[in-house]
Design a protein around this ligand. Structure first.
Ligand code: G4P
Length: 542
């Protein structure tokens, strides 16, 4: 009983979230500042080498050799106040891949970072859509207020129209760029003034709190900015959505914060409100109904598999999100998909910079375990005797396609084995044309870097040389009714019909306009952007 209480307490402390942004909006800087508050690191610049995050594609192989290091930055855990925080890293830049999306399946909420001078950008939209699909709370941090910013109302409008989510500003900026003076906390009715000091450390900006009608505030905030603030507060109070936590929890309303990550300004407010407004891990859906994190024993699902880039790629790490109970490394677990009972090998938790072998972890945590090839993305792990499966991880739409030409046809067997295994790992998706023979395979990826991964690994691990012929398509849609005869659809010029390895029909489009045309001309046709509950496993090619 005492142990149960302890488990409950541990789980209730957990907050597991992802930070999403378009590259350069400030995700790394914000993560780093969160860690500084948690005391997990002492100096700025230590989350990940900036040089590493901006490498050119040609440097990639070297970087991958160091994967031992970047694996460690997949999850960052630290304590802040009474909370135990897990930040899930969503790879960006050239690293962007399906893994980025899958990581969001393991998060309970998301912080969306937006560059105040740019507004909503392309990659934010994609990641955001995945969060919306999951109905998880989304918090918005409008960053870089120390630079000239777009009008704040315009930024809110941008979020609401482009992303289709309502917004509720929790605080409001006073000026921007050189005239950025601080932020107004709408609930506390106080102004936190901003004075840039130096960059880097925990208190880079000097912060002072004033009540909105404090005379001394006028010494810092010039009259014109003060008047604008009063007008804008009035406008907000009259016109903006009220803070409704129920709507926040369903991902329908996003609380909005302003600040400057680089100057560590507005970060503490964001973190505190975020922790107050989000919940500990919630029940998750399985084929046996909802599984309560607190009342059920240990269970987890695999959301990501990372293979090392050396030739002996058996060295794979499976990332598990614990969904219920306590994980005890000394106990056997049950792998539902294979029906096997086993001990998880060298379970590790990732604490800031270090990988540590751990003996226990709780619902909300993410652990990495060595995998001999047993696990696939989406698999469920429980305790022996507990047999249920968590909802699968959707297959996300690839955006880049190439035809794979095998250069040495004598190595057909190795080629099939290699490409099948890579598809099982979830690194690529494979498709076949309706008309072509088995020798023609189309590969789809979310991030172009995955093409390099494919070529490199087929050559190095399976001894197969290939050539990739890029195809002009950028949009893929699953045909909802899988019995549809796609060869009979109208308006199919410039649209390619393919099937996945399970025979499901899909269409490849050059642009979104073509999708609309095909939908308009084929009554009753339904096209899907994600394929729910179908993992990339068990492709079957000859
Ligand atoms: P990312 O992970 O989302 O890609 O963004 P990252 O944090 O790496 O930030 C991208 C750039 O924006 C960095 O500059 C960073 O210093 C800067 N930045 C982040 N937050 C702020 C902010 O609040 N204000 C201002 N003015 N700049 C900010 P860089 O020049 O690319 O890198 P670095 O040389 O400064 O490290």
């Amino acid at each position: 009983m005492a142990d149960n209480n302890n488990i409950k307490k541990e789980i209730e402390k957990r907050r597991t979230f992802a930070i999403i942004s378009h590259p350069d909006a400030g995700k790394t800087t914000l993560t780093e500042k969160f860690l500084l508050y948690g005391g997990a690191i002492n100096t700025a610049g230590s989350v990940k080498g900036k040089a590493n995050s901006k490498y050119a594609v040609s440097d990639w192989m070297e970087i991958e050799k160091e994967r031992g290091i970047s694996v460690t930055s997949s999850v960052l855990q630290f304590n802040y106040k009474d909370f135990c925080i897990n930040i899930l890293d969503t790879p960006g830049h050239q690293d962007f891949s399906e893994d980025t999306y899958r990581t969001l399946m393991a998060a309970d909420s998301a912080v969306m970072v937006i560059d105040a001078s740019k507004g909503v950008e392309a990659q934010t939209i994609k990641l955001f859509k995945v969060c919306v699909m999951r109905h998880i709370p989304i918090f918005t941090f409008i960053n870089k207020m120390d630079r000239d910013a777009k009008d704040s109302f315009e930024l809110l409008d941008d979020i609401e129209t482009v992303l289709g989510i309502r917004t509720c500003p929790i605080n409001w900026p006073i000026g921007s760029g050189k005239s950025f003076k601080g932020i107004y906390d709408r609930r506390a009715k106080t102004v936190r003034t901003f004075k840039a000091v130096s960059t880097g450390g925990r208190s880079a900006a000097e912060e002072t709190d004033f009540s909105i009608d404090d005379e001394n505030l006028h010494e810092i905030v010039p009259d014109d900015l003060y008047e604008t603030l009063i007008d804008e507060i009035e406008l907000l109070d009259g016109a903006s959505d009220e803070l409704d936590l129920e709507k926040v929890s369903k991902g329908e309303l996003s609380p909005v914060f302003f600040g400057s990550a680089l100057n560590t300004f507005g970060i503490e407010i964001l973190l505190n409100y975020f922790l107050e407004m989000t919940s500990p891990p919630l029940a998750r859906l399985s084929d046996k109904g909802l599984i309560s994190p607190v009342n059920e024993p240990f269970s987890a699902f695999v959301f990501k598999i990372q293979a090392n880039m050396n030739k002996a790629h058996r060295d794979r790490i499976a990332f598990l999100r614990i969904c219920s109970g306590k994980f005890d490394a000394s106990s056997d677990v049950y792998h539902v998909q294979s029906g096997r009972r086993l001990k998880l090998s060298q379970p590790q938790q990732i604490m800031a910079q270090d990988r540590q072998v751990i003996s226990e972890a709780y619902a909300g945590d993410v652990i990495g375990v060595f995998d001999s090839g047993l696990f696939a993305i989406g698999d469920t792990i429980t305790l022996p005797g507990q047999k249920f499966e968590y909802e699968g991880i959707p297959t996300f739409a690839p955006e880049h396609f190439s035809r794979v030409i095998q250069l040495n046809s004598m190595k057909r067997k190795q080629f099939v084995k290699g490409i099948t295994q890579l598809a099982q790992e979830g690194a690529i998706q494979i498709f076949q044309e309706y008309t072509a023979g088995m020798s023609e395979i189309i590969v789809g990826v979310v991030g172009v870097l995955q093409f390099d991964v494919l070529k490199y690994r087929l050559e190095n691990e399976y001894g197969c040389e290939i050539r990739l012929e890029p195809l002009p398509y950028g949009f893929i849609r699953w045909v909802a009714d899988t019995t549809t005869d796609v060869t009979k659809l109208k308006r199919m010029n410039n649209v390619k019909a393919v099937k996945d390895m399970k025979g499901n029909p899909l269409l490849l489009f050059v642009n979104e306009w073509m999708i609309k045309m095909v939908l308009d001309d084929n009554e009753g046709l339904e096209l899907l952007e994600f394929k729910k509950n179908v993992s990339a496993n068990s492709p079957d090619i000859q």
